[in-house]
Design a protein around this ligand. Structure first.
Ligand code: AMP
Ligand code: ZN
Length: 138
């Protein structure tokens, strides 16, 4: 199936590249939510986290960490950085090739996660921890 990020990796679609190595590519988001918004992707196609080779998680994060440092040194001078990954439609994923957003932040830039904090009982947290622990992959 056609994948815009695979097209970028292959050079069939244009991108403003910031970093490339054997495993990872990082480029400017075409519709930045804040100035300097970057995406880090594995070169090898993976639709979502479940498909992503676990060995690529480290290089993806390490690249995001280097990009965050570069953004802070750059004239964009963000006051903070958010890393964000949408896994699945319900999480807001729109491009089905895993990507890690690196979002420069400034006070009042309007970006944020919406939600309501809850205060579940410790028994609920322990029960949920158990449910997740029981099915942790190797
Ligand atoms: P997500 O909602 O996490 O799937 O985000 C997909 C992101 O990919 C959005 O922020 C888009 O602006 C970005 N995007 C889509 N197509 C391109 C493209 N051709 N080049 C760069 N960024 C893109
Ligand atoms: Zn792809």
């Amino acid at each position: 199936m056609a994948c815009i990020f695979c097209d970028i990796v292959a050079g069939r679609a244009e991108a403003s590249v910031v970093h490339e190595d054997e495993q990872v590519l990082a480029f400017m988001d075409i519709r930045p939510m804040t100035p300097g918004h970057l995406l880090v992707i594995p070169k090898q196609h993976a639709t979502d986290l479940a498909e992503l080779d676990a060995a690529l998680g480290g290089p993806l994060f390490a690249t995001a960490q280097r990009l965050a440092a570069a953004l802070r040194r750059s004239p964009l001078k963000p006051a903070g950085i958010n890393l964000f990954l949408a896994d699945g439609v319900a999480a807001g994923q729109e491009v089905f090739h895993v990507h890690l957003h690196v979002l420069p932040r400034t006070p009042g830039d309007g970006w944020g996660l919406r939600g309501t904090f809850q205060w579940p009982h410790r028994m609920t947290l322990d029960a949920q921890a158990g449910q997740i622990r029981n099915v942790l992959p190797e």
